[in-house]
Ligand binder design. Structure first.
Ligand code: SAH
Ligand code: F3S
Length: 472
């Protein structure tokens, strides 16, 4: 009989990507996806521990899965991801109804471990990094659910030691994937219908060929993004059908001239960059061990925007880092204005196990964090609104990802700058997977609406027969 899995994912894009690899490993063993947890033989919870909130969410989810696990004999419950790596065996003590604890590098072992659990083996934790022989599970086009946009891992782990961050601990030291493997995977995805690739890594622009890795951790190497720029050029050259290329998340200290030059040269490189800044105060940046000043960040960001007109930027910001004063926070607000971010992920600092920032003391009160977060949100919202409003009346190239959620008759896609657009297509046309021109007619809080040539508004309520459109 066919076994069914259900994967629940928390956290970042890296985790979403890992969940896909988990599914592929299981599908290769004949597993199929279950529509809901209660129909599954195997439950995998892929966890995030980057902030306290994510960890709490996991513990409450495990609580809700417990009755299911106890009622249904033979069901296997696995916890994967960063909390698994961080807690290891301890998690089996905290949640004794869990069968498997699996670190990010141990995904290939999942089917064998599940089989052992089914045969009555005791709970087990496997959280070993593959330092000697790093493996990158290959992403393949998915036949049952074709995708327009896909992620490709270029490196894993992190050698930076930002003092607030648990990632170096849960993901290990940096390991790089070979250019041949990266290009091969992208070519395969594009041949399978993918149009847009996002290269993925914790400090993605520190990439260099694994054979050129010296013994120094990359955090001690001089900033250089020329090898990453070379990788971008090679991808574009060798996969000519790739329509769009993105990467996330770059570290500001590796955004140097050669990478800016690649943005100028390569039309496939999208005109948006997510570049985490964390704070606008030099004092706080130093305490965070970010290794740039606010002015250095600003001048690199401005150099990029000047070299590539129309490029927009987004960022990550932490408020309430230990010792952050009102003046420090105001410097962050000023930096947000000066760079002109069109979006930002804003977080309240949360103390994480094993991180150096724990020793700083000098905690900022929760009410102060809340208040700063609200002010920061308001500023970012204002800038986002202003930016989206400037797009009304313009024409944009939109890569359509599929029908909009809900029965709206529209299709959802993204501009080159990653703005979400809900478009009305011409009668009877399904533009999924194609680049279309859309005239933008309205700006909402976080998205836009637009019309494709030949479309009339509003969309006809009767569902049109879908025709595949050839590439525009
Ligand atoms: N380089 C990674 C960063 C991973 S963590 C990347 O590719 O995105 C993602 C974001 O979470 C960080 O940029 C930071 O803004 C936030 N973050 C990390 N640790 C945090 C903590 N202890 N408290 C609050 N926010 C944190
Ligand atoms: Fe974390 Fe800093 Fe690395 S935020 S992932 S330690 S670059």
């Amino acid at each position: 009989i066919m076994k069914r899995y259900f994967v629940q994912t928390f956290g970042c894009q890296m985790n979403v990507h890992d969940s896909r690899r988990i599914e592929e490993v299981l599908r290769a063993q004949g597993y199929r996806e279950a529509e809901e947890p209660s129909l599954a033989d195997l439950l995998v919870v892929n966890t995030c521990s980057v902030r306290e909130k994510a960890e709490h969410k996991l513990m409450s989810l495990l609580g809700t899965l417990r009755p299911l696990k106890e009622q249904k004999r033979g069901i296997v419950l696995a916890v994967a991801g960063c909390v698994a790596q961080q807690e290891g065996e301890k998690l089996l003590k905290k949640a004794p109804f869990v069968d498997l604890v699996l670190g990010p590098d141990n995904i290939p072992e999942l089917p064998a471990l599940v089989q052992q659990a089914e045969q009555g083996a005791p709970p087990v934790a496997r959280t070993v990094f593959d330092m000697e022989d790093p493996q990158f599970l290959k992403a393949s086009p998915r036949a049952d659910r074709p995708e327009v946009s896909a992620f490709v891992t270029v490196m894993k782990g992190c050698d930076e030691r930002c003092t607030f961050c648990i990632v170096p601990y849960t993901r290990g030291s940096e390991r790089y994937r070979s250019a041949d493997e990266i290009v091969g995977e992208i070519a395969g995805l594009v041949a399978g219908g993918v149009r847009e690739i996002t290269l993925l890594g914790q400090t993605v622009n520190s990439w260099h060929p694994p054979e050129e890795a010296d013994l120094k951790p990359s955090s001690r190497r001089a900033p250089s993004s020329s090898q990453f720029a070379g990788l971008l050029r090679r991808i574009v050259r060798e996969v000519p059908d790739l329509a769009r290329l993105r990467y996330t998340s770059p570290h500001p200290r590796h955004l140097t001239d050669p990478l800016i030059q690649a943005h100028v040269e390569l039309p496939q490189l999208c005109t948006h960059l997510h570049l985490p800044v964390q704070s606008g105060s030099d004092r706080i940046l130093r305490q965070m061990a970010r290794r740039y000043t606010a002015q250095e960040y600003i001048s690199r960001a401005k150099a990029l925007m000047a070299a590539k007109p129309g490029l927009t930027m987004s960022t990550d910001i932490i408020v309430g880092f230990p010792g952050e004063t009102e003046e420090d926070f105001q410097q962050t607000l000023r930096l947000v204005e000066e760079v002109g971010f069109v979006a930002a992920f804003c977080f309240k600092y949360s103390p994480r196990p094993y991180t150096p920032a724990l020793k700083l003391g000098d905690e900022v009160g929760e009410d102060v964090k809340d208040e700063r977060l609200a002010r920061l949100f308001a500023l970012v919202e204002k800038q986002q609104q202003k930016h989206l409003a400037t797009l009304v009346g313009t024409e944009q190239q939109v890569l359509i990802e599929g029908p909009s959620p809900g029965d709206t008759g529209r299709f959802t896609g993204r501009t080159e700058r990653n703005e979400i657009v809900h478009v009305i297509a011409a009668e009877g046309v399904d533009p999924t997977g194609t680049l279309v021109r859309a005239s933008i007619d309205e700006a909402f809080r976080h998205s836009l609406s637009g019309l494709m040539p030949g479309a009339s508004t509003p969309p006809s309520p009767s569902k049109p027969a879908r025709k595949q459109l050839t590439v525009v």
